[in-house]
Design a binder for this molecule. Structure first.
Ligand code: IMP
Ligand code: MG
Length: 187
């Protein structure tokens, strides 16, 4: 086993050892864009808004962790789970939503945070469920948007317009692999 100082995340998955075909967004490019997003979001709210940042698990967990530290306002953080992909690459359209029952949406200013918008099935469903709970405001921040669809309630903040390839890293997985990568790449 290597000493911790010599260990590097590497650019392959944990289990299969499959390499990335190419790096699409470097760790530096992601960090710069997340810092900008944090400022852009903060420009739209005040401290009195008591923002609730709601991350969609699991894909957004790293993005949320970086984003909330880049928003120069006091925020609260919680997570929802919406699963539609299983171990495959194509959205089944069959979406299940689980949330923390202690989290109240009513009257709150919500920023929903998603890793990537592809078919838009997941986000359309989640936005509808959240809107039904009467938040004071509801906006979407997506790290990546493949721009294959226009959402009825389009993302207010988008990190990058993504290529049509299957992307992994920085929270995004293929069959639960690759989430740990600090960059985003295509497999
Ligand atoms: P949608 O419902 O087709 O918009 O897909 C949304 C969800 O599918 C995202 O939250 C991701 O978890 C997953 N997904 C879509 N495209 C990709 C991709 O290129 N890489 C990894 N996950 C993806
Ligand atoms: Mg996801």
């Amino acid at each position: 086993m290597q000493s911790p100082s010599r260990r590097e995340p590497g650019l392959s998955g944990q289990l299969g050892g499959r390499p990335l075909r190419r790096v699409v967004y470097s760790a530096d490019a992601i960090q710069r864009r997340v810092a900008e997003l944090g400022r852009e979001i903060a420009d739209c709210y005040t401290t009195a808004d008591e923002l609730l940042v709601l991350g969609l698990l699991k894909g957004s967990f790293i993005f949320v962790a970086d984003l909330v530290r880049a928003i120069p306002l006091p925020v609260q953080v919680d997570f929802l789970t919406a699963s539609s992909y299983g171990a495959g690459r194509v959205s089944s359209g069959d979406i299940q939503l689980r949330s923390n029952p202690a989290t109240s949406i009513e009257g709150r200013n919500i920023v929903l945070v998603e890793d990537i918008v592809d078919s838009g099935n997941t986000i359309r469903h989640v936005m509808r469920v959240l809107a039904d709970q009467a938040p004071a405001s509801l906006e979407l921040c997506a790290l990546l948007h493949k721009r294959t669809v226009t959402l009825p309630h389009e993302a207010r903040w988008v990190g990058f317009d993504a290529p049509g390839e299957f992307l992994v890293g920085y929270g995004l997985d293929f069959a639960e692999d690759f989430r740990h990568l600090p960059c985003i790449g295509a497999i």
